[in-house]
Ligand binder design. Structure first.
Ligand code: NAD
Length: 248
């Protein structure tokens, strides 16, 4: 393990253009449950997919109920050691982009500039009209929903309002996916951190980097299906591992 950590640290030192790719695992140490770990969100709820959200008012209500039930956890969460280790490398100018599947905004809160965070699954700290893309604040939605669970509609066009996240079955954001692929192609070191790497098409991005010549390191508590393509696989806890390798 120590040899792996030294190798990891050397890769970081030798790189000039690191691209980070994170999943829900980086935020568990901030108290936000991931999907697939024991006790994760999937043990509590089956995800509501996009077609169901569109087709059923009850699914939309359930989705807002879950959103507001999670809100106390999300709004209190702050960046942890893992986020901070990444932001310290960023401050040294070593990180070109942070691609994240997370929707919690914690990379931005850790000091990464908005324009350097590529959110491929959107953001849960606000909502959007699915028709005209008008941004809607959660406070507005909460107010409407608090009156007998009334579903929010867009003030401009009357369209359906949804958190600005990408649900299963919902088209991926085109610009973000293009930016993520371009960043992956330009990386000399690509770090996939805290992701089970089973949610596609996001899980293709580490392979884009590898195929374009980057070194690929996977840091996760459990094995992933992409481990065999990596130059280094580190199975450990994210906070302490990143703190260790970025300090050496
Ligand atoms: P996932 O739940 O499928 O995988 C998370 C992985 O992280 C697991 O393999 C787990 O073993 C590992 N992990 C958890 N805590 C860890 C730790 N402290 N140290 C090391 N490894 C740890 O998550 P995913 O791959 O991101 O895919 C699920 C989807 O869920 C994503 O698309 C994301 O949008 C969404 N999601 C986001 C959040 C968030 O924003 N924080 C939370 C839950 C789900």
């Amino acid at each position: 393990m120590e040899a792996d950590l030294d190798k990891f640290s050397k890769f970081v030192k030798d790189s000039r253009s690191i691209v980070i790719f994170t999943g829900a695992g980086i935020s568990t140490e901030s108290g936000i449950p991931d999907f697939r770990s024991p006790g994760g969100l999937w043990e509590k709820h089956r995800p509501i997919d996009f077609s169901e959200f569109l087709a059923s008012e009850e699914a939309r209500r359930e989705s807002w109920r879950r959103k507001f039930a999670m809100e106390p956890v999300l709004s209190k969460a702050t960046p942890n050691k893992g986020h901070m280790a990444i932001s310290s490398l960023y401050a040294q100018g070593k990180i070109a982009a942070v691609i994240t599947q997370n929707i919690d905004g914690l990379h931005q809160a850790s000091g990464i500039e908005e324009e350097d965070v590529i959110e491929v699954h959107g953001n849960t700290t606000y909502a959007k009209c699915l028709n005209c893309h008008e941004r809607v604040s959660l406070d507005e939605v909460r107010e409407v929903f608090s009156i007998e669970e009334t579903l929010p509609t867009c003030g401009h066009c009357g369209g359906i309002v949804k958190t600005a996240t990408i649900s299963f079955g919902q088209p991926m954001p085109v610009m973000e996916m293009r930016r993520a692929e371009a960043a992956a192609q330009a990386a000399d070191l690509f770090l996939a951190i805290g992701s089970s790497l089973v949610v596609y098409p996001a899980a293709d991005i580490p392979l884009v980097a590898k195929q374009a010549g980057a070194r690929l390191v996977i840091l996760n508590r459990e094995p992933t299906p992409l481990d065999r393509f990596a130059d280094l696989v580190v199975q450990g806890e994210i906070g302490e591992t990143l703190e260790y390798v970025t300090k050496l």
